[in-house]
Design a binder for this molecule. Structure first.
Ligand code: ASP
Length: 305
């Protein structure tokens, strides 16, 4: 029996300013279209989430790939995870500095390696051995981010940074998909948080925190300040609630409520089960999202449910 496919993507949850809304909307729509095309060509859910995330890594609007936030030493350090719901195969990279598309490296790890997670130079070496081009770190840095870091550091002493405030930008990207075989997958990619310490990993690339996929539960991708999210293993938390019989719509909203209630976190989540039921939730003023099913194509910068 052929299942109706679904693609859902997000491009970060925060108080996206009006002047940046269109760029975010275009970015998530392009990503959704790329994911849908992959499915249309007969690709798997895994192919769909990879292609969707690559589009957003290549789009400087987002905190993923080129154009990411800089760490406190002025470097880009990227994290990504991809996971397949049918087999629980997963591939993750952390703190990579020379890859334009870390999700492609994550996919290579998933399909070519007996291991699940690689960091730094080892991850880059594995990617290069499997044909992915390495770039200079400077190739990932854009002037907007140099200025943003300079501004942040100039005011760091006088600011009392509220690390959990929704005004802090979070442009991490993610995708979940369901293919015609009834398999689901998820991927998340990020440059992490502005001015982060070198070597810091957030939730995004950690299994069950920023990304998770299991056909028996659900596929999830999160965004928001990573430290609170990872403490709650939030993606797995939400997926498990779907397995206990809750609608993804409800489980996503509950997960975000739990994030706020338990650790005062702000963020967002997309959640999809193998029956094609989905949830999109955030407690930030806005979150860029787009989705496509056989019956519906929609996108926005605000949605709960
Ligand atoms: N969750 C990401 C991190 O903490 C940031 C984000 O979602 O924008 O690395």
């Amino acid at each position: 029996m052929s299942i109706d496919p679904v693609v859902v993507v997000h491009g970060g949850a925060w108080a996206i300013p009006d002047e940046m809304a269109e760029a975010h909307l275009n970015g998530v729509r392009n990503a959704m279209a790329a994911g849908w095309q992959a499915l249309h060509r007969g690709g798997s859910a895994l192919d769909a989430v990879e292609e969707a995330v690559v589009v957003m890594e290549d789009d400087e609007t987002f905190d993923a790939g080129r154009g990411s936030f800089l760490n406190r030493e002025g470097k880009v350090q990227l994290d990504a995870l991809i996971m397949e719901g049918a087999t629980l195969r997963a591939g993750g990279v952390g703190c990579v500095e020379h890859l334009r598309n870390p999700v492609r490296a994550a996919r290579k790890i998933l399909s070519e390696s007996p291991h699940v997670y690689f960091v730094g130079e080892g991850a880059e070496r594995l990617a290069a051995e499997h044909g992915l081009p390495l770039c200079k770190n400077e190739d990932l840095i854009i002037p907007r981010e140099v200025a943003r870091l300079r501004e942040f550091q100039a005011h760091a002493a006088e600011q009392k940074p509220d690390l959990f405030a929704p005004a802090v930008s979070h442009d991490t990207v993610g995708a979940v998909a369901l293919d015609r075989n009834g398999d689901i997958a998820a991927a998340t990619s990020t440059g992490g948080t502005l001015n982060k310490a070198p070597g810091r990993l957030g939730d995004s690339s950690l299994i069950g925190c920023g990304c998770y996929a299991d056909n028996k539960t659900a596929a999830a991708s999160t965004t928001g300040w990573g430290e609170p999210i990872m403490k709650l293993v939030l993606a797995k938390w939400a997926a498990d609630r779907v397995a206990s019989g809750n609608l993804p719509e409800w489980a996503a909203a509950e997960a975000i409520n739990y994030l706020k209630a338990r650790v005062n976190g702000h963020g967002g989540m997309i959640l999809l089960d193998a029956r094609g039921r989905l949830g999109i939730a955030h407690n930030t003023p806005r979150m860029a999202w787009a989705l496509k099913t056989v019956k519906e194509e929609s996108s926005g910068i605000n949605r709960n449910g």
